[in-house]
Ligand binder design. Structure first.
Ligand code: ATP
Ligand code: MG
Length: 360
């Protein structure tokens, strides 16, 4: 069997993409794409976004283009990566129908990410069935493309575990090996696997309103950084401060390079020296935020500029989505044929089945 280097990931079009997406997954996708060793698929997960936004499809519709522009701005190249729209891939609505018979309710209810998301959305018992079962649909997304690698943030690990279980149950029950067990590719740095929000909250998330978006303009970015949470016990400049759990330092750890110090704050050689000063006392939050602003502006400026370039020809972006989606339909339909055959419901292409009728 030929080596499987297929990658699949996606994002919900519930808003433009933010720094959490960038460090958690997008940066890895671009790096993997550029090695030329993989066959990447990246999906705009509008069906998944509908699971908790059914009454507000306008929001999803509006964000398809936003997410597509963020992809291109971050460096995804449609010549190397297939970018697709989930709702237009028939396999992605058919496979969950088969898979949902292989998963129990109690297994779904045990999923820690779902538990937390239900709490965050205050669903209580009125959870839309589609939301509760989105891990099954996500298993369909991955397996439809027979993807082996899934670059994601830490919050997605329970989804991948669930997908692997579905794969092994399917292959066991239907005595085949057509579905591929996927594995996560996490960022190497733990602060990237789950980037905190600007409010210091556990996760930067569109739904929590604590995001810095890739498309934020210079002024908005600066405002968000200047009003970020820091160490609540660091009241006076001379007080010793805490860098651990302090979002300003978490972001510096994630984005600042030694070159940034040479350029913007040469009194320190690197972040360790700066952290030491903050912890000792005598370094104010304002100075730290100013450095972070410079670092972020220089990191995001090229992405912002590319986004503006791509925004000039939105028709071209739409064509790119149409083409990527068409390719994805072809690839995933092959999986559907294999799956129907494995289950034994591919009646009209099944010689044995046809002969049975003819002989009767
Ligand atoms: P929503 O609030 O609508 O769920 P979200 O901000 O959680 O949106 P998703 O579209 O659910 O974003 O996530 C897409 C991808 O980005 C996933 O791989 C997820 O792991 C990753 N991701 C999202 N937020 C973060 C974060 N704060 N840190 C690291 N990775 C993240
Ligand atoms: Mg999410």
């Amino acid at each position: 069997m030929e080596e499987n280097n297929i990658i699949l990931t996606g994002d919900r079009p519930t808003g433009p993409l933010h720094l959490g997406h960038y460090v958690g997954s997008l940066k890895n996708r671009v790096a993997l794409q550029n090695t030329g060793l993989y066959e990447p698929f990246v999906m705009i997960a509008d069906l998944q976004a509908l699971t908790d936004n059914a009454e507000n499809p306008g929001k999803i519709r509006q964000n398809i283009l936003e997410v597509a522009l963020d992809y291109l701005a971050a460096g995804l190249d449609p010549e190397k990566t297939t970018i697709l729209v989930q709702s237009h891939i028939p396999a992605l609505t058919e496979l969950p129908m088969y898979y949902s018979n292989l998963v129990t309710m109690s297994r779904l209810e045990r999923n820690p990410t779902i538990k937390q998301e239900i709490k965050q959305r205050s669903f209580e018992r009125s959870i839309p069935v589609g939301f509760m079962t989105y891990p099954i649909s996500q298993a369909a997304d991955i397996t439809a493309f027979r993807a082996k690698y899934v670059p994601v943030g830490e919050d997605q690990l329970p989804m991948l575990e669930q997908a692997r279980e579905i794969v092994s149950t399917f292959n066991r029950i239907y005595k085949c090996d057509i579905l591929v067990e996927p594995q996560a590719i996490l960022p190497d740095n733990s602060s990237c696997s789950r980037l905190v929000g600007t409010d210091g909250g556990a996760k930067m998330s569109k739904s929590l309103g604590n995001c810095i978006y890739l498309k934020d303009d210079e002024k908005t970015l600066k405002q968000k950084i200047m009003s970020m949470f820091t160490d609540p016990t660091h009241l006076n400049i001379s007080d010793p401060g805490h860098t651990e759990g302090n979002p300003v330092f978490i972001y510096l750890e994630t984005f600042a390079k030694d070159e940034h110090f040479a350029e913007f704050l040469p009194e320190y050689q690197n972040l360790d020296e700066m952290k030491e000063h903050y912890e000792r006392g005598g370094l104010g939050d304002m100075k730290c935020k100013k450095l972070l602003n410079n670092v972020m502006q220089s990191t995001l400026a090229p992405i912002r500029e590319r986004r503006e370039e791509f925004s000039k020809d939105k028709g071209e972006v739409l064509n790119m989505l149409r083409k990527g989606t068409a390719h994805a339909v072809e690839v995933s339909n092959e999986t559907i044929s294999l799956v129907r055959k494995a289950i034994g419901i591919d009646y009209f292409n099944d010689e044995d089945f046809i002969n049975h009728f003819v002989n009767i």
